[in-house]
Design a protein around this ligand. Structure first.
Ligand code: NDP
Length: 312
């Protein structure tokens, strides 16, 4: 199913009492998001054993950043159960909704759940860190807790990753970034989350200061485009135990190709995408049914995401 790109115009005549439960991802742009096929495949699978899910639908909406504040009210009025937010809305929504403790240090939310207990009607979670940790555990057999981490990048995704590393009690955190200011800010944030864990910044010409790095996590966008530089030369580092690249499209970045050539276990960001989505779905199901034990079909979600990325 190729879910059409909707705009806020569609909410004006939204069928409020059609007996369906509506979910959506909001972004600008949004047409390349694989979340709609991924979630609708999961809902179809869940509907095979629980008829309630046959009426759940996940849509995509292109929403201009200026429109987000009033859009949140409009989705509420139209009866939506939940929303996923992607660039640039994760940060904009942060100030507009009630934010869970876990998401507060990140400064961004990617999952909203309708909740009448809060004046603005939504509660905001960030499931990206969970998705990252779960994918690393599942695909690389490494727990972030207790690991030495070399985090590449200091943007929004790196922020979520750094908070996750500190909350999960990594052994140490090194943040490597091209621009010093963003790097220093991220190190300060990491220290504020857990001052007991050693955290420090590294500039690209400073690699000799990295004593030991068991897990390299790429949270830069270097690798999205074919002519992008590699964010770090793995051969210039103490040999890592594994490399996780948050990028999933392309499926193999230069960084991952080098890890493969060096025989270092490595994985791309698809697992993170799938698991953050699975966690969002869990939040919505729990809000609607009170059940926290519904098994989310992550394999089905992964297969649907892979098909969508392959253009099918
Ligand atoms: P931002 O724009 O916020 O940050 C980009 C980061 O990449 C900055 O640290 C920037 O460094 C660095 N960077 C950009 N270009 C280069 C380069 N040529 N060389 C070295 N460093 C570079 O982006 P996000 O944090 O939102 O996203 C980062 C990546 O994470 C993206 O590829 C995105 O697709 C991926 N992602 C994956 C997810 C998943 O579910 N798998 C979820 C979220 C994001 P500087 O500060 O010096 O500019």
């Amino acid at each position: 199913m190729n879910e059409p790109v909707l705009t806020l115009e569609a909410l004006k005549s939204w069928p409020r009492s059609d007996g369906k439960t509506h979910l959506a991802v909001l972004g600008f742009p949004i047409k390349h998001s694989v979340s709609p096929p991924m979630h609708n495949a999961a809902l179809a699978k869940l509907a095979e054993t629980d008829a309630r899910f046959a009426n759940w639908r996940y849509h995509r909406f292109e929403v201009h950043p200026n429109d987000l504040p009033h859009a949140l009210d409009e989705f509420l009025a139209a009866g939506f159960l939940g929303l996923n937010l992607t660039v640039p809305h994760k940060v904009i929504a942060f100030d507009k909704v009630y934010v869970t403790e876990g998401a507060k240090p990140i400064g961004a939310v990617n999952t909203l759940v309708r909740d009448a207990r809060h004046p603005n009607g939504w509660i905001g979670f960030n499931t990206d860190g969970y998705g990252l940790a779960k994918a690393i555990e599942e695909e690389l057999n490494i727990e972030i807790g207790g690991s030495d981490i070399l985090l590449l990048g200091a943007g929004g995704a790196a922020r979520g990753a750094a908070v996750q590393c500190m909350q999960a009690q990594c052994y140490s955190l090194n943040v490597l970034n091209r621009s010093p200011q963003a790097m220093h800010e991220l190190v300060a944030l990491a220290k504020s989350v857990n001052p007991k864990i050693p955290a420090r910044g590294i500039l690209p010409n400073d690699l000799s200061h990295i004593g030991h790095s068991s897990l390299v996590i790429n949270a830069t966008s270097a690798g999205l485009k074919p002519d992008d530089p590699q964010p770090v030369d793995l051969a210039a580092l103490p040999r890592p135990r594994a490399v996780y690249d948050m990028i999933y499209n392309p499926a193999e970045t230069k960084l991952l190709a080098q890890a493969r050539a060096l025989g270092i276990p490595a994985a791309n960001g698809l697992g993170m995408l799938v698991h953050q989505g699975a966690r969002s779905l869990q939040h919505w199901i729990q809000a609607a049914t009170g059940r926290a034990d519904v098994r989310i079909p992550v394999d089905v979600m992964r297969a649907a995401a892979e098909r969508a990325l392959a253009g099918h």
